[in-house]
Design a protein around this ligand. Structure first.
Ligand code: G6P
Ligand code: MG
Length: 215
């Protein structure tokens, strides 16, 4: 029986995926190569430093560890700049309504995000109060597709993996949920997220009733 929903943040609850993309693209261009939206799919859900390694691999560049830290910091400054200007209505369609419905129904809510900026974003959107547990990039060692972030979420809620449904927009995130033994709803392109148990375009299609599918 499903007792909790575990949400990825970027691309599921809020439209920040585009800001990550713009900041990475700017960095790639600075380093002298192009970076497409298709390339960007490989970075979704992946930690900041791992994303940088993939980006450098795409551009055929190698940097020292010190240079890597430096450019990752630059990317984050650009990203945070976007976030700070982000209008509150960039919360994705249906997200707030679904969180509200879950709360009313007594279904637990957790965040499972690789982002170290997660708290800042939840605060900006004024949705921090909905979460019974928040696991973000400051609390995990291993990046998705490792299931650590979701397993820690379930553990904080005192629930087992089978009692949780994960909502993900990234292939790495869908894989992480499956590796953790959880059900997973793919939010976005069903071709990219073909391993998910259910596919939706946005949380506007979701309801407590639809969760019964997993029981
Ligand atoms: C999320 C996003 C990734 C991002 C990662 C780390 O998983 O989907 O694109 O790289 O978080 O985010 P951060 O805000 O810590 O750089
Ligand atoms: Mg995401």
């Amino acid at each position: 029986k499903i007792k909790a929903c575990l949400f990825d943040l970027d691309g599921v609850l809020v439209d920040t995926a585009k800001y990550h993309y713009l900041a990475w693209k700017r960095l790639a261009n600075d380093l002298g190569f192009d970076f497409t939206e298709q390339d960007n799919e490989r970075l979704k859900g992946v930690s900041r430093m791992r994303s940088l390694d993939i980006l450098l691999e795409i551009g055929g560049k190698s940097l020292t560890d010190a240079e890597k830290l430096d450019v990752a910091t630059k990317k984050n400054v650009w990203y945070v700049d976007f976030i700070e200007k982000m209008p509150k209505d960039e919360i994705l369609p249906g997200a707030k309504e679904f969180l509200e419905e879950l709360r009313q129904a007594g279904v637990k809510i957790a965040l499972g995000s690789a982002s170290k900026n997660a708290m800042r974003i939840l605060e900006r959107l004024e949705i921090t109060g909905y979460f019974d547990a928040i696991i973000d990039g400051t609390k995990v060692e291993k990046a998705k597709p490792d299931p650590e972030v979701f397993l820690k979420g379930a553990e904080s809620l005192g629930l087992s993996a089978e009692e949780c449904v994960v909502f993900e927009d990234a292939e790495a995130g869908v894989e992480a949920a499956i590796a953790g033994g959880m059900k997973v709803v793919g939010v976005g392109d069903p071709e990219i997220l073909s391993k998910a148990d259910m596919n939706i375009n946005s949380l506007a299609e979701m309801s407590v009733k639809r969760l019964e599918y997993f029981n």
